[in-house]
Write a protein of this length. Structure first.
Length: 186
């Protein structure tokens, strides 16, 4: 990323939204966002469901440029100058209750470390957290993590609480999406 090589400041913000942590039983709708209103259907609304990837468009103000990376209640603002970054953060604070977590450190299971050569991204911490959740942090690694002589059958006992299994499966799925080099082994 061009902005990283130019040593632009990168921060991390956490928006305080209580509703994000509850379970919704109803469908949530929202007005079309300004600047993204469908000219053929201006009275339509959006259904808020699932995840989608937005377009990365910089915001330019004079000679200053900024990017905002958003994920639910987490924001990573990147700006061409510290002063511009602080103005953006202050503007966001005026609109939303949020915590400024300082320089980018850990976001969506990815550790970020600023080096002179750029930004080093790692998921070691996230992978170790998965192993801890599965109570496997002391297991020995093996060359082929798959048992080639399968012992699965229909006579097995179902798990009483599948929550941990689902949590681990989702975490491993996310890990393989962001690290395709390990997807076969996982």
């Amino acid at each position: 990323m061009w902005e990283v090589s130019r040593d632009w400041p990168i921060h991390q913000l956490d928006v305080k939204n209580a509703f994000l942590y509850g379970h919704l039983s109803e469908t949530v709708y929202m007005h079309q966002p300004p600047g993204f209103v469908d000219p053929n259907k201006p009275d339509y609304v959006c259904i808020c469901s699932g995840l989608c990837m937005g377009l990365s468009k910089p915001r330019v103000l004079g000679s200053d440029i900024a990017y905002l990376l958003l994920n639910v209640d987490d924001i990573i603002p990147i700006a061409s100058s510290s002063a511009f970054l602080q103005r953006i953060i202050a503007s966001l604070h005026n609109e939303f209750a949020m915590t400024d977590l300082g320089s980018l450190n850990y976001f969506l299971g990815i550790s970020a470390q600023r080096l002179t050569s750029g930004l080093f991204l790692s998921q070691l911490k996230f992978a170790k957290e998965i192993l801890e959740r599965a109570h496997m942090q002391n297991c020995n690694p093996c060359r082929t993590p798959v048992d080639i002589e399968s012992k699965l059958g229909s006579d097995g006992k179902p798990v009483s609480d599948p929550t941990l299994y689902r949590n681990l499966a989702g975490a491993l799925q996310y890990l393989t999406f962001t690290r395709p080099d390990i997807s076969y082994a996982v």
